[in-house]
Design a protein around this ligand. Structure first.
Ligand code: C2O
Ligand code: CU
Ligand code: CU
Length: 518
């Protein structure tokens, strides 16, 4: 049925109810409360929900290993993906898929990833949540030019602005990740200055999961019951390609057209690259690593079914395991945040359909995924212990500095402390080994992300942290006119790192700043 057909069908109450039972009704509203952006409607018919099986991104095999390091090769390449029925979507991919292949790393064992750029424009890879030396962190000017490109601004892909102060690689670069950090669900994505939004929207994102012995010793669900879920909204042009409202289609000038400057919202919700997929689950516990890989869209995730279940049990945050599990009826997840949750499907009779819904979305944006609980009951030897791990608490009293970062819209665009991003100009110079208190103050929705080291939320609006602020975090959802106070300890690596808004349209339009670790 075409989108227009849907609208017409939705006009009759009976038809609307019937569609409601099968899935979502109609298209999302152009603007939705709780969302920063504006909907970019697809020009294709929207696919019907719950028709495709949930894809699980393949785990990448190392090309070689030695005593300390696993070596991987990833080719950044265009690929034609089957996302919508009957259409092909040209994507910019890591190794041919969206999401890219998952890297499974071990804490304390290094990962070296050689990225070869066979795309048509420069790229930068950042490991989000990685505790990474500056030269492998994906500083936005440290581009990898397309293989075979001359390195001159000739081909109209924005070389001029990205090579101003960075280290330029030709064709390929090897990123070295020490993985000297706790088990956690990280992700890698493009981070080129001014063009991160279109790059991620077109497919440049994947998981990097770190495991360790602390996690292994817990009786949590594992193996094929430990599933990463990359949630992202997208819109499609009539030919099935990704639609994105670039200000400059030649990719010289960053940003999107005025209408979308608050953020681009799509009307198709993809999970691991498939539109509203379904997953058959046994009536036992599963662990899901939720990632909001959307450019701007926020989600309030709930589980809906005829029979009530137990909700989400959060076991981890951006930076790994919590000390105690937290039960949630809903989860608010802003761009780039991760929530590690366990869902116990034993709470549902076999045959139950459990929908993962987004109550901040309307129409097609209100649905995400459907779990089909299939029988018979089977023994479940997993558990979620009341105590998961020992979590170090940073003591704000030990902080050696307090800094305030103001995220606001100014006449010259999205700014931090009044200025648009200028590579090489640091707003802070924390010393290694010290704890600092950072305050993020916003005028609007800004998911604030800090590179290098995770932080702990100490206060939200001078009160206790919110229900989704627990544990070690690297991205925090700061809503309009809020102040979030975090404690962060800078460790190990000197050099320039970034803090920025992870609404990728805001980021590209300069809501970013350097800090220089001494
Ligand atoms: Cu996920 Cu600086 O980004
Ligand atoms: Cu990051
Ligand atoms: Cu923002």
């Amino acid at each position: 049925m075409s989108r227009r057909g849907f609208l017409r069908a939705g006009a009759g109450a009976g038809a609307a109810a019937a569609l409601g039972a099968a899935g979502w009704v109609g298209v999302p509203r152009i603007t939705e409360p709780g969302q920063p952006g504006v909907l970019l409607p697809s020009a294709t018919p929207l696919p019907r929900p719950f028709r495709t099986e949930l894809p699980i991104p393949a785990v990448l095999q190392p090309v070689r290993t030695d005593a300390t390091t696993d070596y991987y090769d990833i080719v950044q390449q265009r690929a034609h993906l089957d996302i919508l029925p009957g259409l092909r979507t040209e994507a910019w991919t890591y190794h041919g898929t969206f999401p890219g292949p998952t890297i499974r790393a071990r804490s304390g064992r290094a990962t070296a990833v050689r990225h070869r750029n066979e795309l048509l424009h420069p790229t930068v890879v950042h490991l989000h949540g990685g505790h990474t030396p500056a030269d492998s962190d994906g500083y936005p000017m440290d581009v990898v030019l397309p293989a075979g490109a001359t390195g001159t601004p000739a081909r109209g892909h924005g070389h001029g602005i990205t090579t101003a102060t960075g280290s330029v690689a030709h064709g390929e670069r090897t990123y070295l990740y020490p993985n000297r950090q706790r088990a956690a669900s990280l992700w890698y994505h493009d981070h080129r200055h001014g063009f991160t939004g279109p790059a991620v929207w077109h497919g440049l994102a994947g998981f990097h999961l770190i495991g360790d012995e602390v996690e292994d010793a817990l009786p949590l669900p594992r193996g094929d019951r430990d599933i990463p879920l990359c949630i992202s909204d997208r819109s499609f042009a009539a030919d099935g390609s990704f639609a994105y409202p670039l200000l400059d289609p030649s990719l010289h000038t960053p940003g999107v057209t005025d209408r979308y400057m608050n953020g681009v919202l799509g009307d198709v919700i993809l999970v691991n690259g498939a539109p509203w997929p379904r997953l058959r689950v046994a009536p036992v516990r599963y662990r899901f690593r939720l990632l909001n890989a959307s450019n701007a869209r926020r989600y309030r995730l709930t589980l809906e079914s005829a029979v009530p279940g137990g909700g989400f049990v959060q076991i981890g945050s951006d930076g790994g395991l919590l000390d105690h599990p937290i039960r949630h009826r809903h989860l608010d997840i802003s761009p780039a945040e991760r929530f590690d949750v366990v869902i116990d499907f034993a709470a549902y009779p076999p045959g139950t359909e459990v929908r993962l819904r987004n109550t901040l979305g309307t129409g097609s944006a209100a649905d995400v995924l459907r779990f089909d609980v299939t029988g018979p009951s089977v023994p479940d030897d997993t558990a979620v212990p009341d105590r998961l791990t020992d979590l170090e608490r940073l003591d704000p009293a030990t902080a050696v500095a307090e800094r305030t970062f103001l995220f606001q819209l100014r006449p010259d665009g999205w700014t931090v402390n009044g200025d648009p991003y200028e590579p090489g100009r640091a707003l802070a110079d924390p010393r290694r080994g010290t704890v600092e208190i950072w305050r993020f103050i916003t005028d609007f929705h800004h998911p604030v992300h800090v590179h290098l080291d995770p932080f702990q939320v100490v206060a939200r609006n001078n009160r206790a942290p919110g229900p989704f602020d627990a544990g070690w975090k690297d991205t925090v959802d700061v809503r309009p006119a809020e102040m979030v106070t975090v404690a962060v300890r800078f460790t190990d690596y000197a050099g320039p790192f970034m803090l920025h808004c992870h609404n990728l349209e805001h980021e590209d339009m300069a809501m970013m700043a350097d800090f220089q670790v001494r």
